[in-house]
Design a protein around this ligand. Structure first.
Ligand SMILES: Nc1ncnc2c1ncn2[C@@H]1O[C@H](COP(=O)(O)OP(=O)(O)OP(=O)(O)O)[C@@H](O)[C@H]1O
Length: 236
């Protein structure tokens, strides 16, 4: 039994015959924000997909609170307490904000109205636009809705794929602020981020992934200060 909330150990994973992750070991502790960085195609999104049961590990284990979940179906993993916010198509544009949140809770047995009311209290922008269609939201607001949709299940782990993708710098900063707010709701976050410096800037720890394997892992501030990491992965 490990104390980690989420732990991938020695994971190989991929698509069809194509191996992407190679002996990949990554963990997340309660209340942490952990950032995965690395070049395009390194396998960062594949880590999240393997943790969320969208891919079955070929080797190694995925444990949630010390229990093996590798290869479990995503709908069961959601019930266990892990949420996932994909990079794209993470809200239903033709549905209202309220409908999106209710859809996020279809797997809940009770307490849906209460948890949605709490989310409206926390995220003012959603409260103001309850009846608006999600496709009328700005990119940053849409990302907040995507986080809130996942939070309806009250996960203690949230996997977030590139929250700042396609956003202007100021909007990206707002979204990173919301990531921190979500973390303060006792949710540990494993986040993939293309904007490595900013992603590490709000994180406790980080991993540099390259060609499917972990090249560096450390406290986020130490990764930013690491000469080699900076040269190779943070644009010098
Ligand atoms: N559905 C898929 N089928 C086949 N190969 C895929 C699929 N999705 C991703 N890959 C391949 O797996 C490798 C790793 O992709 P992944 O999306 O995990 O990378 P990443 O580190 O998240 O990079 P990026 O920033 O480009 O998203 C890439 O070579 C990619 O082409």
């Amino acid at each position: 039994m490990s104390d980690h909330v989420l732990e991938l150990s020695g994971v190989d994973s991929g698509y069809g015959e194509v191996q992407v992750l190679d002996d990949c070991s990554i963990h997340l502790d309660a209340d942490e924000i952990v950032c995965l960085i690395g070049p395009n195609g390194a396998g960062k999104s594949t880590v999240l997909k393997t943790a969320f049961g969208m891919l079955t590990p070929w080797a190694g284990t995925v444990e949630y609170h010390g229990r093996e979940i590798g290869g479990m179906a995503p709908e069961d993993i959601v019930r266990e307490g892990i949420g996932y916010v994909p990079q794209t198509d993470n809200v239903f544009g033709s549905l209202t904000i309220d409908e999106n949140l209710r859809m996020g809770g279809v797997a809940r047995e009770d307490g849906l109205s209460e948890v949605i009311a709490d989310l409206y209290d926390r995220f003012d922008i959603l409260d103001q636009k309850r009846s608006a269609k999600a496709n009328t939201l700005s990119g940053g607001q849409r990302q907040v809705l995507a986080f809130a949709r996942a939070l309806v299940m009250e996960p203690d782990v949230l996997l977030i794929d590139e929250p700042s993708a396609g956003l202007a710098p100021n909007t990206a900063d707002d979204v990173f602020g919301h990531v921190q707010a979500v973390n303060e709701m006792d949710t540990a976050i494993l986040m993939v981020e293309q904007n490595a410096t900013k992603g590490l800037g709000i994180s406790d720890r980080g991993y540099v992934l390259d060609q499917g394997s972990v090249r560096f892992e450390n406290a986020a501030a130490d990764l930013i200060d690491n000469e080699e990491v900076s040269q190779l992965y943070l644009g010098g």
